[in-house]
Design a protein around this ligand. Sequence first.
Ligand code: FE2
Length: 247
Amino acid sequence: MKTTRKDFIKSAAVLGIGSLSMSLQAKSGFISAAPEGIKPVNGKYSLPALGYAYNALEPFIDARTMEIHHTKHHQAYINKLNEAMEKEPSLKNMELEEILMNIQAQPESVRSVLRNHGGGHWNHSYFWTLLKTNTQMGPKFTKLVNNSFGSTEAFKKEFEKQAMRVFGSGWAWVLDQNGKLIIITTPNQDNPMMEMGVSPDQKGKPLLGIDIWEHAYYLKYQNKRADYVNAFWSVLNWDQVEQNINK
Ligand SMILES: [Fe+2]
């Protein structure tokens, strides 16, 4: 059955997820930081600007990795997504979040492309907003963490454990379930918005996520994923996370 935005809002309301305003972000009950470029213009998606230099995250994430990740990997997801949009003109009237929330209802000819490349575009657009050095965990997130995990240390340990458990490529997410934080992982470019791969009790508003694909860290960290995950704390934009709580 197709999930409409209205249905999603209803289920989000039942779960008490977020405060729902009429903005696109709130309408879905999901989007916590709709980045620039996430909406198609004339039926085409485009690469969003990072808003910071490729070397801004040094020495934790190197400039070369950021440039390739942004201009090659992210661009490739967008290119494939746009090819699917060309094949199925009906998609041009839908926003990406709507497509992803109803992925099973999309035409079979483009469904896997939408899942993998539409998911890739959304995930990366979201991820870029979460990166900035020299920020501190805010009071609202600290409170959520303490209520859900007991301490910041326990939260970080659990997040790192989950990130390390991702087999192959995927993402780890921190979701807000009406004041309770949960950590989930998704394979490939799936995300918590998608109806498959994420059970109902794993739904919630994403406050942050980490890209666990090797392309996010291999040049600097090679096979040492743990070092990359640990470095993530030094580039996580806690100001954005704090803002995401209110969206
Ligand atoms: Fe990536």
